[in-house]
Design a protein around this ligand. Sequence first.
Ligand code: ADP
Ligand code: MG
Length: 259
Amino acid sequence: MTQARPTPRPAAHTQAAGQPMIQIRDVHKHFGSFHALRGVNLDVKSGEVVVVIGPSGSGKSTFIRTINALDAHDQGTIIVDGIELNGRGNLDAIRREVGMVFQSFNLFPHLTVLENITLAPTRVRRTSRPEADARGLELLRRVGIEEQAHKYPAQLSGGQQQRVAIARALAMDPKVMLFDEPTSALDPEMIKEVLDVMKELARSGMTMLVVTHEMGFAREVADRLLFFDQGNIVEDTTPENFYQNPQHERAKQFLSKIL
Ligand code: ADP
Ligand code: MG
């Protein structure tokens, strides 16, 4: 499905030709004395779909949270679409570029589905109400739940709520979408409907970083798979290669547990 782009982007934020969409150099993050990210390096090209896996506590969430500055990194460089995350007041710019979807859908309970989706475009992008509503409905159609537009989140299933969360992130017309275990809180029968939306998004050319252990998704749409261990990327390969021939001892152990 085509995605309308009603709001032109400022030229200053346009990615330079040939530059990676995401450029991460020697990024470190501490929580007190705990060293959560230990010199992470990564380039992600425009349109690439990258799946991130690894043991619990290895830093996957921290890593993707630094990419839209939900967690500030304390050393190194992160550049998204030509914008450096420097903690000096460019938060709004970066959050317009980078959409995020969490395990716990994080919808506003007192707003309808459509209001959840139009809140940021009308407040941050200053999109007019009719335009925001039209675009919101178009996005709800894209994720297959247009008929739920005027319900409240609590009236929806978990799978529907997560699809609203995806539509809400897309409403800001992001260049990059980050997902942190988006199906982990869902009942098994709802996982597919969310993965299907994510697959469509991947095929539409969105640049995506997805923390998930859903191997079907990784195999079907991921260009790359990163294995995290102890705060760093220890394998960066294709999903096929990883599942068939993991190199790192920790990755072999991990796979033997989840397969
Ligand atoms: P993963 O997503 O791979 O399970 P996380 O990125 O959530 O791992 O966490 C990595 C490590 O950082 C864990 O040991 C976790 O306890 C620690 N950590 C994460 N967030 C915080 C925080 N806000 N304060 C203190 N420690 C944290
Ligand atoms: Mg996590």
